[in-house]
Design a protein around this ligand. Structure first.
Ligand SMILES: [Ca+2]
Ligand SMILES: [Ca+2]
Ligand SMILES: [Ca+2]
Ligand SMILES: [Ca+2]
Length: 320
């Protein structure tokens, strides 16, 4: 099959998976006082400001104007009414509610599951060919990653262009994003006690555990007599593994489940694409279509990222 066709078929199946995934346990949560809007190319910040001010809406932060924008407004206003107003405006590509979705379920015995999965995908044979490479970055968009974990710390991606000194040295709008970033910003009442809910910051530490589990499957250090064997974690002590890019878009909810804040996920996708991730892993799902996720993925796909979804099954896309 022609590589381009193969890619497009893989991508189509990914989007189909996003659109048809049904999680019987929950529905998406709609965040009050927020919508996500994608403006058409060429629309100016001034035009956006004029429209917003008429409607009593403000851009929440300072992302790139061609990315998905998070708009905030008083919570007594109707999300659906504003979605409707923006959707009909000629400056707007599309508008959707700001939503929170659940992470994919994982069993509580990751060691056994990993062993089963590794045999199933012939990892033992694959390791004879390739054990991973430090030149490959894997974006883990999830509840965070325990970047200090003894089986992961050696493989965590470091952004050497922005050391921790209180300055945004690489001028990407994020201060000290040295170990990735944390875009989560939700209400305190929606998270488990002790979880980080407040403002985005440069610490993508995982409180829930889901993201750390996923990162370990991808690239925990292998052959180091510790923890589990990651699929692309290198081979201790001689070969460095793939780099795990810790991108926190989710959290442990007040009910104990893992959730993904989709606006944060879109920012994490853009970040991964612009920072050289070859693979982006997203182990979460939703009812219905997610156009805000799709447009961010379009950017990533155009930059050659391999997109890995994991809703009902593990879908490893290795075509590049
Ligand atoms: Ca920065
Ligand atoms: Ca810095
Ligand atoms: Ca935070
Ligand atoms: Ca290990």
């Amino acid at each position: 099959m022609h590589p381009a066709l193969r890619k497009s078929r893989i991508y189509s199946s990914l989007l189909l998976t996003i659109s048809v995934f049904h999680n019987a346990l929950s529905q998406d949560i709609i965040v009050p006082g927020e919508i996500l809007v994608k403006f058409k190319p060429g629309v100016s910040l001034e035009q956006i400001s004029n429209l917003n001010s008429v409607l009593g809406v403000a851009v929440a932060d300072r992302p790139r104007i061609d990315d998905i924008l998070l708009l905030k407004f008083p919570e007594h206003k109707s999300v659906w009414e504003l979605v409707d107003v923006y959707s009909k405006n000629p400056l707007v590509d599309f508008a959707v509610p700001s939503r929170i979705v659940r992470v994919a379920a994982t069993p509580n015995d990751p060691y056994r599951t990993s062993q089963w999965a590794l045999s199933k995908i012939s990892a033992y044979n694959a390791w004879d060919v390739n054990v991973g490479s430090s030149s490959v970055r894997i974006g883990i968009i999830d509840t965070g990653v325990d970047w200090d974990h003894p089986d992961l710390s050696a493989n965590i991606w470091i952004n050497s262009n922005d050391p921790i000194d209180g300055q945004d040295n690489d001028n990407n709008g994020l201060v000290d994003d040295y170990r990735g970033y944390d875009w989560v910003e939700v209400s305190q009442g929606s998270v488990w006690p002790g979880e980080d809910w407040g403002t985005p910051d440069n610490n993508p530490m995982d409180f829930h555990g889901h993201g750390t589990h996923v990162a370990g499957i991808a690239a925990a250090r292998t052959n180091n007599s510790t923890g589990i064997a990651g699929l692309a974690g290198g081979w201790h002590p001689s070969i460095a593994g793939c780099r795990i890019m810790a991108l926190r878009a989710g959290y442990k909810g007040s009910d104990g489940n893992g959730y993904i804040y989709l606006y944060a996920a879109t920012q994490a996708i853009y970040y991964a694409a612009r920072n050289g991730a070859r693979v982006i892993n997203m182990s979460w799902g939703s009812y219905g279509t997610l156009p805000e996720v799709k447009v961010a993925l379009d950017t990533a796909y155009a930059r050659g990222c391999v997109l890995v979804e994991r809703f009902l099954i593990n879908v490893a896309i290795i075509s590049f």
